[in-house]
Design a protein around this ligand. Structure first.
Ligand code: ADP
Length: 288
């Protein structure tokens, strides 16, 4: 957003189509797969246009460091990270202001649906790794994270779906591409819970008239409901596959159990691990 549009660049042509051939109300292609990582309690791989995103969930498990514990509920901690190789110029590795902001807003959106009071003193850690980025990575990340939470069996009052609208060449459009994001006038990502019809994230970069805002809300809510169907299908496919394989991947499909709020190790040792075996990396949560 905010880049000066090069002379002669057309984002919407005379037929009302965008540079990649989409109509203003059309999403990029989305593919979602649930349960792709063995070591995580829940996971999701998502492709959305040119974005490739992996989300992994660990927990509920005892919250470390202890001073981060909330005696009334679990903390939902999100770490959004863009891989150094995710963009054409190498991205400097490690956290920056942008990734901290996206981690915070993602955690606030997901916290809204997780039944965190079931797990006092616990943490639910969500890792969002952007492997390839082509605009809209926060939406792709939150959408993948919600599937990974459901895959982990974390009780939620609904599924969060995130999608953006924006304004390009004066037209409100759904799901901006990189070029549209760079040279458009407005970017407007939301996160929406289809079954409760709540908006749990709303950001705006640039200007909208009240009519633009109505149109952006209409486009994003309708799109979120379509993406919600893809999220559900991804989870169903995973459980169908499990059922076909006799459920034999070690995941019992039961809802997550909270860690006891005691000094005991938050999770049982993985099956087959000897007493002398070093702790699994996810038994010693890092602070995020
Ligand atoms: P979002 O990815 O949610 O749209 P932004 O609007 O901040 O978030 O970023 C838009 C796009 O700009 C990203 O998807 C990515 O393609 C690109 N981008 C963001 N940060 C960097 C960076 N440090 N280096 C190169 N490209 C970046």
């Amino acid at each position: 957003m905010g880049g000066k549009k090069p002379e002669g660049m057309v984002l919407i042509n005379d037929q009302g189509l965008r540079a990649d051939g989409r109509r203003p109300d059309q999403l990029r292609n989305i593919k979602i797969e649930a349960g792709v990582l063995k070591q995580a309690d829940g996971s999701c791989y998502l492709e959305w246009g040119g974005n490739k995103v992996m989300a992994a969930v660990y927990g509920p498990r005892e919250c470390h460091p202890r001073h981060d514990q909330d005696p009334t509920k679990a903390r939902v901690r999100v770490r959004y990270n863009m891989a150094a190789f995710s963009v054409s110029d190498r991205k400097r590795p490690g956290p920056d202001r942008r990734s901290q902001e996206i981690s915070k807003i993602s955690s606030e959106a997901l916290e809204h649906v997780v039944l965190a009071s079931l797990y006092p003193r616990n943490a639910i850690d969500v890792f969002i790794e952007i492997l390839e980025a082509e605009a809209g990575t926060r939406c792709a990340g939150v959408t993948a994270a919600a599937v990974a939470l459901a895959d982990a069996g974390i009780p939620m009052k609904g599924m969060v779906t995130s999608v953006a609208a924006g304004k390009i060449d004066g037209v409100v459009c759904l799901d901006l591409s990189r070029e549209e994001d760079n040279f458009g006038e407005t970017d407007f990502p939301i996160a929406y819970v289809s079954n409760t019809k709540e908006i749990v994230l709303l950001q705006q970069d640039g200007h909208f008239t009240p009519a633009d805002m109505d149109r952006a809300l209409e486009l994003t809510q309708k799109a979120a409901e379509e993406i919600y169907e893809l999220q559900k299908q991804a989870l169903l496919r995973k459980y169908e596959k499990l059922a076909q394989n006799g459920g034999g991947d070690g995941d019992d499909g039961e809802p997550a159990q909270p860690a006891a709020a005691s000094d005991a190790a938050p999770e049982a040792a993985p099956e087959g691990a000897s007493d002398a075996a070093p702790a699994e990396a996810h038994d010693e949560p890092e602070a995020i």
